[in-house]
Ligand binder design. Structure first.
Ligand code: SF4
Length: 348
């Protein structure tokens, strides 16, 4: 089961330059000090609801590049977690960082303090995209850092972005192919948004950057997700978590609070189309799927159903949710025949 995360946000910590898309502020006065971490964890543990007390708990240092700060400072933060690890109140530690700040000595320090999971901000495996986004590292840095992390036994998460300057759907799929070879334990994918205060805002205002449209981002991600699923790599999250800061700073780009559902609905739409194309129709269709996927088949506001009706001239579409069916399966009955498809076999 996914651990319960106790997040400690160290905004822009360790960042040398500002990445083009980032509006995190390096606010030293707002940064939690190592000594405040202990109180924060105690307060967070006390707030965990009774029905979640038995879940594994992981302290996560998010924001910025944890391993790009001086080693003594890293150690100061990590030391504060040690009593919780020793008492079993916390099960593990996670940090997020950049690929060019993960040398052997740094990994030794993380091991020494019991860090289990390292999330690496990869963003793209195309050097031109990384350069245009002012990331300050190249794809090879990711390859070498991830091989060290795997060799030293860390759980490895990779964060990717789509729609950065210079990015295309083909480049995103190339990135995925290279990332799949690195065998991460999980992946997160965020569409690039224009945020207030990020350097990208100026480019966008000057007309030199256009974010992806929402539908375009869904189409890229649909192909990407299927590729990852066929490689059995879990996708921990698609799209940014809706927060007050995001609502406040969002200017443009493919933002949706339920991005994952949009992508799953797009996949189910394609599955339904491929079944309807090969079946006999008499103006009606009866689909079968797992009950938890009925909403994916319907799409947001029943959009999939309306589009399917119109495209295939159907007067009625019924959906039967059957708990015995596996997730990712879609069956269709028309005029006495039944056809089915698995999302893994969808060819895009
Ligand atoms: S994206 Fe990460 S590494 Fe880049 S400036 Fe923002 S916090 Fe720093």
């Amino acid at each position: 089961m996914v651990p319960l995360i106790i997040p400690i946000f160290l905004s822009a910590i360790g960042c040398r330059e500002r990445c083009l898309f980032c509006n995190q502020k390096a606010a030293a006065e707002g940064l939690p000090s190592p000594s405040s971490v202990r109180n924060f964890i105690e307060a967070s543990l006390a707030e965990i609801p009774y029905n979640k007390k038995n879940r594994k708990k992981q302290v996560a240092f998010y924001g910025g590049s944890f391993t790009a700060i001086p080693r003594d400072d890293q150690a100061s933060y990590l030391k504060e977690i040690q009593p919780f690890l020793a008492s079993g109140l916390i099960d593990s530690i996670r940090i997020s960082t950049r690929p060019d700040a993960l040398d052997e000595e740094t990994l030794s320090l993380l091991k020494e303090y019991g860090v289990k999971t390292v999330e690496v901000g990869v963003q793209s495996m195309v050097d031109e995209v990384l350069f245009l986004s002012k990331r300050g590292h190249c794809a090879e840095d990711t390859v070498s850092a991830t091989s060290r992390l795997k060799r030293r036994g860390f759980e490895l998460g990779l964060q990717l972005m789509i729609g950065l300057p210079g990015d295309t759907c083909d480049r995103f799929l190339q990135t995925l192919d290279r990332v799949i070879e690195l065998k991460p334990d999980f992946i997160r994918i965020h569409p690039t948004l224009v945020l207030k205060g990020a350097p990208l805002e100026n480019l966008w205002r000057e007309g030199r950057y256009s974010p992806l449209q929402l539908e375009e981002a869904v189409q890229w991600l649909k192909r990407g997700i299927l590729r990852l699923e066929n490689s059995s790599i879990p996708v921990a999250r698609i799209g940014l978590q809706p927060t007050q800061e995001l609502e406040r700073d969002f200017l443009a780009g493919p933002y949706h609070p339920s991005f994952r559902q949009l992508v799953d609905s797009a996949i189910f739409f394609d599955m339904a189309v491929s079944l309807l194309r090969v079946s006999q129709k008499n103006g009606q269709a009866l689909f079968f799927c797992h009950p938890k996927e009925v909403s994916n088949l319907r799409g947001q506001k029943n959009e999939n159903i309306m589009r399917l009706k119109e495209h295939f001239k159907l007067s009625k579409i019924l959906i039967d949710g059957k708990p015995e069916l596996p997730r990712g399966y879609l069956g269709l009955q028309t005029q006495g025949e039944e056809v089915s498809i698995r999302r893994k076999s969808l060819v895009l």
